[in-house]
Design a protein around this ligand. Structure first.
Ligand code: 5AD
Ligand code: SF4
Length: 447
């Protein structure tokens, strides 16, 4: 009898990748993935700790699952509850105390030990916690997925972060920066393409700090890695996320101009336009550094579209600092962006800085910033009207003859094209621009 596994994934794409790898591993131990917790034998929450109330949300979800489990037990069944991801890493023992009914708490570096942890649980042990950073790498131990791959697949090449931005929990939950060896990345990429992937997004908390071991023990940067990936026949598109400004080296910038498969869209968080705030955030760049990097990228690839993250109301942020952020946004022009109110994370240096900003001020600044960013995003979408763009089709649309794909700039496009299939790349004339997506008509198929 196959056991049923339900995974709920929160947060970033790296968690999505990890969830898939955990599912692949647990499949070898008899678990079949299902898409609801009802009837599941094992429920795994893969959690995110980046912003406030993350832990609270996990605890309330656990409360719901506990009631579901009680109901199943009354019916003679059972269900194991496991928590993975950054909340698991950050809470550890605290979770065992506050939610003693949780069977397993496992941190992001210990996923390959899940079968062993499940076996220990099966032998009657309770409250099993593994938030260690083992010597062996989870990537070597976790099996690859089998079967058909998504058209647009994720591939984690780097994990962890050594930057220690003073607002961020990642260096504590994901640990120090580690890059996977080039050969491993290439093997996984070839396997993904063989199973149907046409686009690969390279993932890492600090992906452009990638420095994997290459042939003859030499270290390769991300630009070099991308050039090599571009040699894989059938791999039509390459992307990477998330990048740190000062790690955009010359080789990577040049790749944007020279590697046609490397898509002209880059998520490059700047966080603030004020040097004073950037310094307080322990960012290793100024606003002008960011401007210079963007100028170099645009020189290499004039149509490159930019995306960013912003934090408003960091401790000590004055009106003039915030004005500098607005000015930077005006100047750069973003195609897309995420913006957040600063949320103090216990254990990070920012949480105890003087000059914490009032909630009302944060909310007001966020609204002003988002208004500007939304207008830029709408303008960017509208500018595509009338253009012919290559679109890679990834998913069925809202009705049978429709497919959903993406432009090189990451915009979603709906196209009526019964003759096309998922995985096709086609030239599309953009006819409509909406707030979050585009619509178009087919010009030529299969480019
Ligand atoms: N408060 C608000 N936003 C944060 N981010 C990370 N930590 C915090 C925090 N404490 C944002 C940053 C980062 C994105 C993933 O989340 O902008 O780039
Ligand atoms: Fe967090 Fe800064 Fe590292 Fe990004 S670069 S993961 S924001 S510490």
């Amino acid at each position: 009898m196959r056991k049923k596994l339900f995974i709920k994934t929160y947060g970033c794409q790296m968690n999505v990748y990890d969830s898939d790898r955990m599912a692949a591993m647990l499949a070898r131990h008899g678990y079949q993935r299902v898409d609801s917790p009802e009837g599941a034998d094992l429920v795994l929450l893969n959690t995110c700790h980046i912003r406030e109330k993350a832990a609270e949300k996990v605890y309330s979800e656990l409360g719901r699952l506990r009631r579901l489990r009680e109901q199943r037990r009354r019916e003679g069944g059972d269900m194991l509850l496991a928590v993975a991801g950054c909340v698991a890493q950050a809470e550890g023992e605290a979770m065992a105390e506050r939610a003693p009914f949780v069977d397993i708490v496992v941190g992001p570096q210990a996923y390959h030990r899940l079968p062993e942890l499940l076996a220990r649980r099966g032998r009657g042990r309770s409250g099993i916690i593994d938030t260690s950073f083992p010597r062996e790498s989870k990537f070597d131990e976790l099996p690859r997925e089998e079967g058909q791959s998504a058209v647009s697949a994720f591939l984690t090449v780097q994990e962890g972060c050594d930057k220690f931005c003073t607002f961020c929990v990642v260096p504590y939950t994901r640990g120090a920066e580690v890059s996977r060896p080039v050969a491993d990345v290439l093997a996984e990429a070839r396997d993904l393409v063989a199973r149907g992937a046409r686009e690969i997004t390279l993932l890492g908390q600090n992906v452009n700090a990638y420095h994997g071991e290459g042939p003859q023990g030499r270290e390769w940067g991300l630009g070099r890695l991308i050039r090599e990936l571009a040699e894989i026949p059938g791999l039509l598109r390459i992307r990477y996320t998330t990048s740190y400004p000062s790690d955009m080296d010359a080789e990577l910038i040049a790749a944007h101009g020279e590697v046609p498969q490397l898509m002209p869209f880059l998520h490059l968080p700047v966080q603030s336009g004020s040097d004073r705030v950037l310094r307080a955030m322990n960012r290793h760049h100024t606003a002008d550094d960011y401007r210079r990097i963007v100028a170099a990228l645009r020189e290499a690839r004039p149509d490159i579209a930019l995306s960013s993250d912003f934090i408003v109301g960091f401790p000590g942020e004055r009106e003039e600092d915030f004005a500098a952020t607005l000015e930077l946004v005006e100047e750069i022009g973003f195609a897309q962006a995420y913006s957040f109110k600063y949320s103090p994370r216990p254990g990070t240096p920012g949480a105890i800085l003087p000059g914490q900003v009032r909630e009302t001020v944060k909310a007001e600044r966020l609204a002003r910033l988002q208004e500007l960013l939304d207008a830029q995003m709408r303008r960017f979408h509208a500018a595509q009207r009338g253009r012919e763009l290559p679109v890679l089709f990834e998913r069925p649309g809202r009705h049978p003859a429709q497919l959903l794909g993406r432009t090189p700039y990451m915009q979603s496009v709906h196209v009526e094209a019964p003759e096309l299939r998922i995985g096709d790349l086609a030239l599309v004339r953009i006819t409509e621009a909406h707030a979050h997506s585009l619509a178009g008509t087919l010009v030529t198929r299969s480019m």
